[in-house]
Design a protein around this ligand. Structure first.
Ligand code: AZC
Length: 829
């Protein structure tokens, strides 16, 4: 910020910036001005997108003054800043959230009404920024919301992908991916700051040189790109705070190469630009599987290097003593994607700030902490030494030195146990030499945390066992959380009003207050009102689905939802087997259709475009849905709905309407889950395995209000050790046999037996995630669900208790845990 050189004399430039007064008239005036002067249209010739943009600018105007203050304060005060480094932020729509945070919802609604505009029409045109894949990205968005609400100085750093997560469509039941051009209609919520761009280097060589008698190393890179920051406001809820989310966009350093241009090769001269801009072009659409792509490593280094430089140069005061860095910042590593920041900070401290290695390492270790989000071994990121050495030669040298010193420490502690050394080395040798990013993060981080109790335990006992033996105090747990502002207050306004009427408004920032609802679970009048809210949320969802060309939901159906990324470990296939089995039971006469509980099975899921098996499962769900929903013999009792392009916006409509939440991963595979929390908080009952945060949900809501099934994690291990033969389970359970046979027979593929054959044989002969082993207890649990649902009064009581006892899963609580256990940062006053 260049304000130091400016000598403003105009009185308005000296006076503090004040937000426009919040009144209906003031808001309307500001809105109309923005429509005229930013959109360049009058009200009468504006279209709905003009109006939406003008509204967004108006909300922004109101938040701006606080944003100026908070950034100035962050610079001036000595508070520690939480820098959340995340390759993904799955933000969801911004308008409603920002209106709510700034207490402007009613004012804006009324002001627009005076202009003849229904604010709901404007809400619909906002395209959500889908800058994330799933749980990990949505978690980052919840965390920055909570940190702003708790007045913790925070900067979220990430990438401003030009294309976010792909738009999913179905073609004959199969997923097709389309680009998500989310910026097409304008991006009113962010501000480009090209003047604050950072130059980010790649490739080249390193060399040593004599620096006044000291031998130092420097990196001589081969090419550069510019990282241009785009700032987004992250307003706290009703506290007047506005934090910053700073997303980087890649831009070529020289828009064209003049020499090439003059020589007449115009195309070649823009090639460099395209190459540079590719770095922030598209979000990698993988979830829980790494893709060894060079571009992805470029993305990671690009945003992390820009963020570290930005923090040191622009957020810290100019005369800052770099040795005090740990007092002013914690860089939280959201999974391994930003871990290249560790050698980058070392490079800055040693090569640029000229600190001794040991001093630099001591600082670095205090500045980073690492969150792991997985247990799948194949999801732990590794980079080949060749690739990393080519793209970031200096960083590879630094990683080698970190590893050498670390392995010396291991030898000192445990002796010359070569097996142990090999297992713990940051450099893996098989199948080829590579850098294990999770190990680098563990060695460098002040703390390492898992995202639910069971997950953190399994990290200590299995995935990072040797490290936990070496540094037991480094390991901790922070169970995930979700923001109650977006996922209860905004997504479920009717339930929110009911809660506020019962308990007062404080629950929005103190979610444990929901406990107060426990007593009301026994109040018949309250139960009736709670049930009415659920019914009305179902009707609202039904119209959303109809607007997307789906059939409306049937009254009286239980709404059974499974909404999450499509992955074998999450076991959508097990859900399909339940549906097929129920269908087959009716058709074969094993089940009396009149006794079957009417259900709508709702799926929402995207599969990674390169994940063939996941895509086949999508095809199967759609195929089964088409047959089952249409077969007259089931008398409309079973419906399958699978709206395409599940995203945050759709989640906000589905979750409040759900009766049953499917959380059926194989025990020991789902790190936490966060959809499970959102659904319980909105009064869905869970059917689930003892996995991830399900364990904690069940403990809190009580066994009577949760349908547990399946093997526990130790039982899973035991079965593997014994030798798992899925075909044995197929043989043993007649219901399972009939269901699988029906799929294999081509009943869902127009008689073609080949379509789902790979899926069927995978289940019978491999079944990595043991769907067949858990099938029979799953069906038993579904019977218990049916019985419970038949007693509507009892069901509603359980639903209320789920809400009442889910306060623990607020991301505000998660942030307090991070602050106490890891960050030790304090609020600004
Ligand atoms: C997810 C985990 O699968 C999920 O269990 C957890 O709730 C969530 O993170 C938040 O912690 N992991 C990912 O989304 N992982 C990647 C690489 O996308």
């Amino acid at each position: 910020e260049n304000t130091a050189e400016l000598r403003p004399t105009h009185p308005l430039a000296i006076a503090p910036v004040v937000a426009p007064a919040a009144s209906v008239d003031g808001f309307a005036k500001q809105f109309l001005q923005n429509l005229n002067f930013d959109q360049g249209v009058t009200l009468s010739n504006s279209d709905v997108n003009d109006q939406y943009l003008a509204l967004a600018y108006t909300v922004r105007d109101y938040l701006m003054a606080r944003w100026f203050d908070d950034r100035a304060q962050q610079k001036a005060q000595q508070n520690k800043t939480v820098c959340y480094l995340s390759a993904e932020y799955l933000l969801g729509r911004q308008l409603d959230n920002n209106l709510l945070a700034a207490r402007l919802t009613d004012i804006a609604t009324e002001a627009l009404a005076q202009c003849g505009i229904d604010i709901d029409d404007l809400r619909q045109v906002e395209i959500e920024p889908g800058l994330g894949n799933g749980g990990l990205g949505r978690l980052a968005a919840c965390f920055i919301d909570s940190l702003a609400t708790m007045s913790i100085p925070t900067i979220g750093y990430g990438i401003r992908y030009e294309y976010g997560i792909f738009r999913q469509a179905f073609n004959e039941g199969q997923q097709v991916e389309q680009p998500d051009a989310w910026l097409r209609m304008g991006s009113p919520w962010d501000f480009a700051h090209p003047e604050a761009a950072q130059t980010i280097s790649f490739a080249g060589t390193t060399e040593t040189y004599d620096d006044e008698g000291v031998e130092r190393t420097r990196w001589v890179p081969e090419w550069n790109v510019l990282a241009v920051p785009y700032n987004m406001m992250v307003p706290g809820y009703h506290n007047g705070r506005v934090n910053t989310l700073r997303l980087w966009r890649a831009v070529a350093t020289n828009a064209f190469d003049l020499h090439t241009f003059n020589s007449g090769d115009y195309v070649e001269s823009v090639r460099a630009q395209t190459f540079a801009e590719n770095i922030s072009k598209v979000l990698y659409p993988e979830d829980s599987t790494p893709q060894g792509k060079e571009l992805r490593l470029q993305q990671q280094y690009f945003f992390v290097a820009a963020s570290i430089a930005d923090f040191i140069e622009n957020v810290l005061p100019d005369d800052f003593d770099i040795e005090k860095l740990p007092e002013r910042v914690i860089f939280q590593l959201n999974d391994t994607h930003p871990v290249i920041g560790v050698p980058e900070l070392m490079r800055v401290l040693v090569d640029e700030k000229k600190l001794e290695w040991d001093a630099a390492w001591a600082i670095t270790q205090k500045c980073f902490a690492y969150t792991c989000h997985t247990l799948l071994p194949e999801a732990l990121e590794v980079w080949s030494v060749d690739l990393l050495g080519h793209l970031l030669p200096r960083h590879l040298e630094i990683i080698y030195r970190i590893n050498d010193e670390f392995l010396l420490e291991v030898r000192e502690r445990f002796g010359d146990d070569e097996m142990l050394i090999r297992n713990m080395s940051i450099i893996g040798e098989h199948p080829s030499r590579s850098v294990r990013m999770a190990y680098l993060a563990t060695v460098a981080g002040s703390k390492v945390n898992g995202v639910a109790e069971l997950h953190s335990q399994l990290l200590r006992d299995n995935v990072l066992k040797d490290f936990a033996t070496m540094w037991p105090d480094k390991f901790t747990n922070v169970t995930n959380g979700v923001t109650p502002r977006r996922f209860l207050r905004l997504a479920n306004p009717d339930l929110s009003s009911l809660i506020t009427e019962a308990l007062g408004a404080g629950w929005t920032v103190d979610l444990e207050r929901l406990r107060g609802l426990e007593a009301l679970a026994d109040d018949a009048d309250f139960r009736e009102r709670f049930a009415a809210v659920k019914a009305s949320n179902k009707r609202r969802l039904s119209s959303v689905l109809e607007a997307r060309g789906e059939a409306p939901l049937d009254d009286g159906h239980m709404l059974d939802v499974m909404i999450k990324r499509l992955h074998e470990y999450k076991r959508q296939t097990l859900k399909v087997l339940h549906i097929v089995s129920t269908y087959e039971g009716i058709v074969s006469g094993r089940l009396d259709v009149d006794e079957v509980q009417a259900r709508t099975f709702l799926f929402g899921a995207k599969a990674a475009p390169g994940y063939g098996m996941a895509k086949r499962i999508i095809h199967l769900i759609n195929a089964v849905g088409e047959v089952v929903s249409a077969d007259e013999r089931v008398k409309g009792k079973l419906k399958v709905v699978y709206p395409a392009n599940y995203n945050v916006t759709l989640a906000e409509r589905i979750i409040p309407a759900a009766d049953l939440s499917e959380q059926i991963s194989l025990a020991g595979k789902e790190a936490s889950g966060t959809g499970n929390m959102k659904l319980a908080l909105n009064g869905a009952l869970t059917i689930g395995t003892d996995d991830g945060a399900n364990v904690e949900i069940r403990k809190l809501v009580g066994d009577d209000n949760f349908f547990l099934f399946g093997m526990s994690e130790p039982e899973v291990e035991e079965l593997w050790a014994e030798g798992y033969r899925p075909a044995d389970f197929y043989q043993k359970d007649e219901r399972l046999r009939s269901a699988i046979d029906l799929i294999a027979s081509g009943a869902f593929s127009g008689g073609d037996r080949t379509v789902f054959e790979p899926l069927v044989s995978n289940l019978l002969y491999e079944d990595r995630f043991m769907a067949l082993a858990d099938f029979s207890t799953y069906l038993d649990a579904q019977d218990r669900v049916d019985a419970a649902y038949a007693d509507q009064d009892g069901w509603v009581r359980s639903a209320i208790l789920n809400v009442a006892r889910s306060g623990y899963f607020s991301s505000d609580r998660a942030m307090r845990d991070y602050l106490d256990r890891i960050w030790h940062a304090t609020p600004v006053s």
